[in-house]
Structure formats: C-alpha cells, structure tokens
Design a protein around this ligand. Sequence first.
Ligand SMILES: C[S@@+](CC[C@H](N)C(=O)[O-])C[C@H]1O[C@@H](n2cnc3c(N)ncnc32)[C@H](O)[C@@H]1O
Length: 234
Amino acid sequence: MTKIQKSEESYIKNIFESISKDYDLMNDLITFKYHSKWKKEIAMIAKEDNPKVILDIATGTGDIAINLSKLKDSQIIGVDISEKMLDVAGDKIRKMNITNITLELSKAEKLKYKNNFFDLISIGYGVRNFEDLINGLKESYRVLKKNGKLIILETSVPNNFLIKYLYLLFTSIYVPLISFIFTKNIKAYNYLLDSTKEFPHEKEFKKILGSVGFKNIASKKKFFGISTIYILTK
Ligand SMILES: C[S@@+](CC[C@H](N)C(=O)[O-])C[C@H]1O[C@@H](n2cnc3c(N)ncnc32)[C@H](O)[C@@H]1O
C-alpha cells in the first residue's frame, strides 16, 4: 500500500479529473449500486429537519445534491475541487431539468460562505480525500447553523475479521480488474482503495468529529461497515 502524500495539493484533484467520465459507472460496479441507496438515505435523514439552504461538499458528479434537490423549497450548493467532476454533475443536472442546484469550484478547507449560513451540510465519500481533514471539518462547522446537521457518508474497512478478509480479497482482485477493463486507470482506483484503508475507523473518526465541536454524533453502518453514515449536529 502506498502512503498517500496529500500535501501535494493537485494530486487528489488530478486523480478525480482523470476518472470523472467513468466515476459513476465504477461506483455502480464497485458497490453493486448500493451507493445510490445510501445517498437516497442521506436525503431521507435530511428531510426530517426540512432544510432549505444546503451545502454538498465534495459533490463530485452530483448524486447527493440531486437527491437533496427533491426536498421541498431547497436550494443546494455543490462544491468540489475538480472542474471535470463538476462538469459531469452539471450535465446530469441540466438533463434532469433541476434548477435548484448551483455548482461551485471550492475546497472544503477554505469555504467562501458566511458563518452559520447553511441549514444542512452533506459530504459523500469526500472527507477521506480532504487534504486537511481537521480544517475541512472545522470549515463545515463554521458555515453550518447552530443545531444544523452534518451528514457524512464514508467508506471504511469492516471490523469483523471474516468480513474484513473477504472485503480485502474482493477489493484487491475485483476492483483492479474492473478498473482495468473499464477505465485502464488502475492507479486512480488503487488510490481510492488505499485512502479507504488509511481513513480512521468509526470510533476514531467520531472522536475527531467531537474534537471539532460537533455533538449528537451517531453512525449507521452499511453492509457490514463497508460504508458508514455519520449524522451529527453543531
Ligand atoms: C469519491 S468522490 C465523491 C463524489 C460524490 N460526493 C459521491 O458521493 O459520489 C470525492 C470527491 O471529492 C472531491 N474532493 C477531494 N478533496 C476535496 C476537497 N478538499 N474539497 C472539496 N472537494 C474535494 C473530489 O474532487 C471528488 O469529486
């Protein structure tokens, strides 16, 4: 496993620029489309609070923003560091005639919005890519309204010994194979796998979230913990 050098700012951006066209297909193949279900669940959780002004950080190809756009009277801003990922999101949004999503180039660690601005923030499969995890989370905290929710969806390596073994076997054979067949870009998908292995486990990540100031931190494991939804408030 290669240690990821996140200090090289453009490294992560370039990875996503290089996979923007096949990101959706690969996501479907890697998760057997389960990611769509989990992204819908984010919108269901969000709906409980009836949020109007929403920020989707690391919006990528826009799936979560699109799900959130169905909430009544919502206005979504989707931000990302990759122009090409946003281009794909923009095409999808236009094709679907969605008018309440705005896409902006911006990094999670330096958001241009005012303090206490958003009713809700979502981050799907983004936090593990942040160049600076703590500062990225601090910025989310800053721009979120008091009692506003932050919902994070992130991958993890399952804890259970047997499931972990099967997961590692699956990811080390299946993912490189399909990434070669469909994209010829094994390097990028190896990065995505390595970043999952390096990301803090559920317990540790919750501690980090608490240290930033978030409260009521809850988590829902998905499919034995290959993904987790974190729900927290400011
Ligand atoms: C794995 S994709 C997730 C896309 C989408 N949210 C989803 O759930 O499918 C990660 C996205 O995070 C973006 N990203 C990485 N680091 C970022 C940062 N520091 N600030 C904003 N976006 C970032 C990448 O460009 C990429 O589009």
